[in-house]
Design a binder for this molecule. Sequence first.
Ligand code: AMP
Ligand code: ZN
Length: 478
Amino acid sequence: MGLRIYNSLSRELEEFTPLKDGHVSIYSCGPTVYDYIHIGNARTALVTDIIRRYFEYRGYNVKLVQNITDVDDKIIARANANGISPSQLAHANSQAYFDDTQRLGIQPADVHPRATEHIPEMIELIQTLIQKDAAYVVDGSVYYRVNAFKEYGKLSRRKPEDLLAGARVEVDERKEDPRDFDLWKAAKPGEPYWKSPWGNGRPGWHIECSSMAMKHLGETIDIHIGGEDLLFPHHENEIAQSELATGCTFARYWVHIAFLKIDGSRMGKSEKNFIFLRDALDKHPAEVIRHFLISAHYRHPLDYASDSLHTSESAIKRLTNCLQALKKIAETADSTQNQKSSDEDKCLMAAIQTMQTRFAEAMDTDFNTAQAMGTIFSLITQVNKSLMDPTEVSIKTLKKAYNVIRETSQILGIYSMDEKNVEDTFTYLKPLLELLLEIRQDARNKKDWDTSDRIRDRLKQINIEIQDSHDGSTWKLL
Ligand code: AMP
Ligand code: ZN
């Protein structure tokens, strides 16, 4: 049985087949950067990270794109309240987003497109929609004509009457139909704006994701991910815009992540019941927070309670203790002197094999991280039992248990291998890499692209990737 994904479009568990053999393209709706992210936002980012890691583990070549919404009403309002420009606020919070998610062990996406850097693509897409009679201009604003797309509502399965009452549909006399939505908003005094064929203005939220997804991943993408709140209207509108413009399927599988709740309500900024991820990370190791956030299947709501992270802390301690004990035995024992084939040994080997099968089954069934973690902890129970009398089990079997537990926990990111060694290596690696980046930057300033590319390519050969952005260059271990 292959990998199956619950597709919100068909509302069924479907066998996953990629558009292009061996490759998976994923678009995940990223943050609107008006503030730091809370642990609810982190759940969505983390599930995306695990889906990506699992595809990579299964040998797929993954291209993940996660946008940054850096122009929006909330950003403008917060920037005004703080007395800074919207772009300053968005810049600071997007950097904070990268810092916080990196601390949680989330690997950066392959591309993090910013809305403000894709305005020409958005204008082009809006022009195509106008040409196709699917959009109309009123007083410098452009609206999408929902009636033009016969399949409108196919994702949310809302009927026209429900749609009228739908979220984010504001009463606006200028619209032909109350369901129509903004593609381009005419500039209001004091707000950031860009030039367009319809006058100064800024893009609507939905068109941002359609254009950035199609620019970086093509007209049809394999998987589109987002929180459950985005299904309607955001994703419904993305489908309407993209499919009407291209005539192709926009996303083949739609994945929606359920909310993190606190006291029964959604954790959210407006509810003022949130915990910033950075505050949680100041108090708990990343692995503990990861363990908690994936302790329920992503389609089920997860409840945060004051003792949630303590429970995860005990689990991570159990995992770490077990791996450390196994590692010590594997390193110190002489395997030639221990070739047991006792019942205890056979029993442990069978438990390891069962666990491997069940772990793969759980992850293959719509990325069921809760069940997958369960298989790791059941094996730990078995290993701990065997370790009561380690002379009864062979070193080979214990080594196998060590490798399997370590590998599967690393797919979930709940165990960072040889933390001490990694830290030591970083102590030396960091200043060296900073020096190399500095030299490369000097070369780039002198337009010496050969040297710049040579440094980047040589580092890539030793699994260090340099990423260039407006704010400079950063590096990561691959
Ligand atoms: P926002 O910055 O509000 O646009 O949210 C960024 C991402 O986090 C979106 O995909 C939201 O659906 C998701 N999100 C927001 N609140 C929660 C929550 N309480 N639990 C899980 N995901 C959330
Ligand atoms: Zn989006």
